[in-house]
Write a protein of this length. Structure first.
Lengths: 116, 115
């Protein structure tokens, strides 16, 4: 089974600064999808950004961008111009491209604190 | 456009009881996945329903069962509750048929407490 590792249980960042959250994964597949989800105290998991493994270009969504290193099996999330509303748990997730299985494998999460 | 909805929001049960959780997928989605999220952990996949059948299952015992209805909504049933079943149960919807999506959209979850 695929595994997803988030080695930073907690991170903090000053408001308006930049922070990078780390994620590594283990897989033998060549085609897959990677995601970052945000879970605020309200509990709702919100999609932040997604990346297809076959695309070399790193995904970007406004202040959020990823650094996808396929050979290293690394998928980090960079949050620029951090805002108070960015405070939440962030989960990295992996999804196979297989037709027989599209379940998500999640990491254990990184709790992000934004300091005013 | 309604997103994924779940009911109830909170639930308290005692050991040995049975519980049913409900989920309505996002409009246009035909696939429902259920996840268990223990406190301080990432979500763990329980199973996925598509075309009213269980298509995939994670490493959960048979006490966990489900159902999908013709309108794509789904139920998660847990029998003989254990203290360790206390968790946030998340439902996620996606499309597996025509116009399949690779992204799952999550509901707000049901917080189950087993005493």
């Amino acid at each position: 089974a695929q595994t997803v590792t988030q080695s930073q249980p907690e991170m903090s960042v000053q408001e308006a600064e930049t922070v990078t959250l780390s994620c590594t994964y283990d897989t033998s597949e060549s085609d897959y999808y990677l995601f970052w989800y945000k879970q605020p105290p309200s509990r709702q998991m919100i999609l932040v950004i997604r990346q297809e493994a076959y695309k070399q270009q790193n995904a970007t969504e406004n202040r959020f961008s990823v650094n996808f290193q396929k050979a290293a099996k690394s998928f980090s999330l960079k949050i620029s111009d951090s805002q108070l509303g960015d405070a939440a748990m962030y989960f990295c997730a992996y999804r196979s491209d297989s037709n027989t299985g599209n379940q998500f494998y999640f990491g254990t999460g990184t709790s992000l604190t934004v300091i005013p | 456009d309604a997103g994924v909805t779940q009911s109830p929001t909170h639930l308290i049960k005692t050991r040995g009881q049975q519980v049913t959780l409900r989920c309505s997928p996002k409009s246009g989605h035909d696939t429902v996945s259920w996840y268990q999220q223990a406190l301080g952990q990432g979500p763990q996949f329980i199973f996925q329903y598509y075309e009213e059948e269980e298509r995939q299952r994670g490493n959960f015992p048979d006490r966990f069962s489900g159902h999908q209805f013709p309108n794509y909504s789904s139920e998660l049933n847990v029998n003989a509750l254990l203290l360790g079943d206390s968790a946030l149960y998340l439902c996620a919807s996606s499309t597996r048929g025509s116009g399949a999506t690779d992204t799952q959209y999550f509901g707000p979850g049901t917080r189950l407490t087993v005493l």
